[in-house]
Write a protein that binds this ligand. Structure first.
Ligand code: ZN
Length: 434
């Protein structure tokens, strides 16, 4: 018998953050209680070329040097190169932001471990690497790829709403559902479908990767650690199908939240979990499988500029970082900005990867790319099944569209300038339409 052309190994590892740990980089309330654990879940694909790894982490963001550390640790465990490791954060907010450059800058001004616990981070990388190695030893043939989508009812809505007087605001956040106007305003631009790519050994499903565009929080800011409604829906699917590794990733979700439907209550969280779960179930039940005959990896360097203006002028960032009178949160944010500025100044581009399975293409976008980007990618390959994950390299913060800048979008979580859309569009084209 011939060696099977492709094989897959799946893995998961606990990445639950310790208590009294910073959340979302800059939230004043640190972790207090573990409601449910945080996980890193993924798979290694083996074939003719070097292995490809996808790993989805229940953390807020992984940036700059830490993004390299994650990819290098996993690449070394899998026997591949770092650009072939697709690391995506789910973006829960009561969870860590990690950035090795920012951590060093903070250490230098006497704020070690303020952004994140570096020893904990190193330990997590060891744990994930061990899980990846274990996955390799248990890899099984993969002969078919499955594709399916399910419509998610009443869950996502866009941050952008138009006020009665015609003014545009991006003020619909994750918990805006308690506000009558925000709850009544139309959903706006969203992608209503959860898309699932699955991997099969003949008739036996091995792994399912589901992706939906939405900020994954029902509530945050009180230091309650949880994988939140997206992680809870994932666990319900895992319970349904114990032998099929369930992986969830957030799509391009910069401007999509549950804001129209969520008021932050436990009841709303339950409802959101159920709605996403139903979409995932439908995506699974309508999945079609196709023989897997190709698995091609393509990547292009994406050079987004650092948005040097106002408070993001490097001299101002340095002054804020050095100022012991300022709040720790302000100094952390300044360190994060400086770290990204240094990376861009050193001309370290973002890797923009695509895995082409023939019947489906899997993309990984940087940071908080707006949902318009995943719709753009789908349109470019309307003949195919394009799945876009967000929150790869996260130093960018929001990646708005030109039209969002035109509508006056601005935020303290924004480090890329107007015009980024053109560079994004070219990158998508390069990997999707080679
Ligand atoms: Zn966000």
């Amino acid at each position: 018998m011939n060696e099977p052309a492709f094989r897959i190994g799946t893995f998961s590892a606990d990445v639950t953050v310790p208590l009294d740990h910073r959340c979302m980089g800059v939230l004043p309330t640190k972790t207090k209680f573990v409601k449910d654990p945080l996980e890193a879940r993924g798979f290694v694909l083996l074939g003719a070329e070097k292995p490809i790894v996808v790993v989805a982490v229940d953390w807020c963001e992984i940036r700059n040097g830490a993004y390299d550390q994650w990819r290098e640790a996993v690449a070394s465990a899998a026997g591949t190169s770092r650009e072939r490791v697709l690391v995506t954060s789910l973006h829960q907010h009561d969870a860590p932001v990690v950035d090795a450059g920012a951590a060093k800058l903070l250490r230098d001004v006497g704020l070690p471990n303020e952004l994140y616990d570096e020893a904990f981070h190193a330990e997590v990388l060891q744990r994930v690497s061990a899980a990846v190695k274990d996955a390799l030893s248990k890899a099984v043939p993969v002969t078919h790829v499955g594709t399916g989508q399910g419509k998610v009812e009443k869950l996502a809505s866009n941050r952008r709403v138009v006020r009665e007087d015609g003014r545009v605001t991006f003020g619909r956040g994750s918990r805006s559902g308690g506000d009558a106007f925000m709850s009544a305003a139309p959903e706006g631009q969203i992608d209503p479908f959860v898309k699932t790519i699955s991997f099969w050994n003949e008739k036996t499903p091995i792994a399912a990767l589901s992706v939906y565009s939405i900020h994954p929080m029902s509530t945050y800011g009180e230091g309650l650690i949880s994988a939140d409604f997206v992680g809870l829906a994932r666990r319900l699917r895992q319970h349904d199908l114990p032998d099929v590794m369930q992986i969830y990733a957030s799509g391009c979700s910069g401007d999509t939240t549950a804001g129209k439907y969520n008021d932050g209550s436990d009841a709303a969280r339950h409802k959101m979990t159920q709605r996403l779960y139903q979409g995932m179930k439908q995506a699974w039940e309508t999945s079609k499988t196709t023989p897997l005959t190709k698995m091609q990896f393509r990547s292009t360097p994406l050079r987004l500029e650092f948005y040097e203006h106002g408070n993001l002028e490097p001299a101002k960032l340095q002054a804020t970082l050095n100022d012991a009178e300022r709040r720790a949160e302000d100094r952390i944010l300044a360190a994060m900005g400086l770290s990204s500025h240094q990376r861009v100044a050193a001309d370290q581009p973002i890797d923009f990867p695509c895995v082409d399975f023939g019947a489906a293409q899997l993309l990984l976008f940087p940071g908080e790319s707006f949902v318009g980007y995943q719709l753009m990618a789908q349109q470019m390959r309307a003949d195919s099944f394009v799945v876009s994950m967000g929150y790869g390299e996260c130093w960018t913060g929001y990646v708005p569209l030109n039209s969002s800048f035109g509508d006056g979008f601005h935020d303290s979580w924004l480090w890329v300038p107007p015009g980024s859309e053109n560079r994004m569009q070219q990158a998508i084209q390069k990997v999707l339409l080679p």
